[in-house]
Design a binder for this molecule. Structure first.
Ligand SMILES: [Zn+2]
Ligand SMILES: [Zn+2]
Length: 475
């Protein structure tokens, strides 16, 4: 951050702090409901409990259109509040609810218009079957919204998050992005791809809304990437959406596209245009979330969509899982020569939705390890794969080796986790197996592609271990 940006940033924070203390109306409209927000990234971050309606007014100032008509402001206020309510446990492990980046929702000091919108809609939530609905929104759908299941693999195809036409974009000019192919290759390598040289990028598949769901990367490994991962690798602000076509001319990739953002749920630009042509709040919400109701939070008795953390409801982690995890931990710590293994937190998610919300990974990644936390997919999914015991062993092994192998390629960590997690450690094969790139392990496009990459990671690890004799020295 430049020093000028730092000064502006601290001024914004200072004025926001004054706002926090001064606005009694937003505080009382919150009726005691708060959101614990982390401002800034780790190192310079601070965590604050914001009254819910103050949070809504501030997110609206960042995510909305400053001059949008009242009905659009009100619609987005309800969506922002619903999103915060449903995702309140997203960062629970780090001791807060929501971060202040695009990962959750961005905040800015509120304006008179956003304050009014929060107050006018205070406590109102979008609900689906009597519970706060899982909602999404993005800047512009470009003419057609996207179904949630196309963007997040494994997401339930919620009836109110299906693809729909938005007839307010006819006059939108397409955006154009031109990049030298070498820059695209660098971005892919940073994202974990390898291979000799990127020769061309072509669209392989599109969703029914015409967004790119799969691209072919000739000359790279793996040679395929999902549209969303490609956009993230290039930068979501540069490549504004996956609704694009691409052509290569003399080493330059030219992307031409529509819209900005993932396109699921409300389109902020579209809501503004609908309000400007006289549509009411209810019409706007019906366009972007058909069938959802608006209800006051006080009238609802709901369980959070995400399975609660084990300390609150021990029953969610079956006793046998917790027991197995600590037995396996002690056994593997001894095998790995780790003197005092850390306490591990294991969570078995009840639904795939809860697993996906907690980890951000598709269902075929049955085990996700972060620090000392191990997230497991629901039991029936584990049973379809190698079983719960195997998943626990693998998760525990990864949690134990993770820190020591943090600076290695992903195949070392995942290979070690599989190798030590297997009940019988596989002997190194004679075959010359190609070690998977990070992208093959972290961005696999199917269960079988992931399984193949993981088996190669394990073979590579076994082969390297046979040479070094020390798991910590494998690289
Ligand atoms: Zn976040
Ligand atoms: Zn739209």
């Amino acid at each position: 951050m430049t020093s000028r940006a730092a000064v502006i940033c601290s001024l914004v924070l200072a004025s926001a702090t004054v706002q926090d203390r001064e606005d009694a109306a937003l505080v009382s409209a919150s009726a005691g409901r708060t959101v614990r927000v982390r401002f800034g990234s780790s190192g310079t971050s601070r965590i604050l409990d914001l009254p819910m309606e103050l949070y809504v007014a501030r997110v609206l100032a960042a995510e909305g259109e400053p001059r949008a008509e009242v009905a659009a402001q009100h619609a987005l206020a309800i969506v922002v509040r619903t999103f915060a309510t449903v995702n309140a446990r997203r960062h629970r492990r780090d001791g807060f609810d929501l971060c202040d980046t695009t990962h959750c929702q961005v905040l800015r000091p509120f304006t008179p218009a956003t304050r009014e919108a929060a107050l006018a809609t205070a406590g109102q939530l979008l609900t689906y079957e009597g519970r706060p609905a899982e909602v999404f929104y993005s800047a512009s759908c470009g003419g057609r919204s996207e179904a949630v299941s196309q963007v997040w693999t494994g997401a339930t195809d919620l009836p109110y998050l299906r693809s729909a036409d938005d007839d307010v974009h006819d006059a939108d000019a397409p955006w154009v992005l031109e990049l030298p192919i070498g820059r695209v290759e660098e971005a892919l390598r940073r994202a974990g791809f390898d291979g000799p040289r990127l020769k061309d990028v072509s669209v392989e598949r599109r969703s029914p809304s015409r967004r790119v769901t799969r691209l072919h990367l000739s000359g790279m490994r793996p040679a395929e990437i999902s549209g969303e991962d490609f956009r993230a690798a290039l930068g979501a602000r540069e490549l504004r959406s996956t609704q694009f076509s691409v052509e290569t001319t003399r080493g330059i990739l030219r992307f031409t596209g529509h819209g900005y953002g993932h396109g699921v749920g409300m389109c902020v630009v579209g809501a503004g245009r609908r309000a400007a042509r006289g549509e009411m709040l209810s019409q706007i919400l019906e366009q972007y979330y058909p069938g959802l109701k608006v209800q006051p939070v006080a009238a609802l008795s709901f369980a959070p969509l995400m399975a609660p953390a084990p300390e609150h409801e021990p029953a969610r982690v079956p006793g046998s899982v917790a027991t197995a995890a600590s037995r396996v931990r002690d056994e593997l710590a001894a095998a790995l020569g780790i003197g005092s293994p850390p306490a591990l937190q294991v969570q078995v998610h009840e639904t795939l939705e809860a697993f996906r919300l907690a980890t951000g990974r598709p269902w075929w990644t049955a085990v996700v390890v972060e620090g000392a936390s191990i997230d497991l997919a629901p039991m029936p999914i584990l049973a379809q794969q190698d079983g719960a015991e195997a998943a626990i062993r693998r998760g525990v092994a990864e949690a134990l080796v993770r820190e020591a192998l943090a600076d290695r390629p992903a195949w070392v960590r995942i290979g070690a986790a599989r190798y030590y997690g297997s009940a019988q450690r596989p002997a190194p094969t004679k075959k010359n197996v190609r070690c998977p790139s990070d992208a093959e392990l972290m961005m696999a496009l199917s269960a079988s592609a992931l399984r193949d990459a993981e088996l190669r990671a394990e073979s590579c690890f076994a082969r390297a271990l046979a040479k070094t004799g020390d798991w910590r020295a494998v690289r």
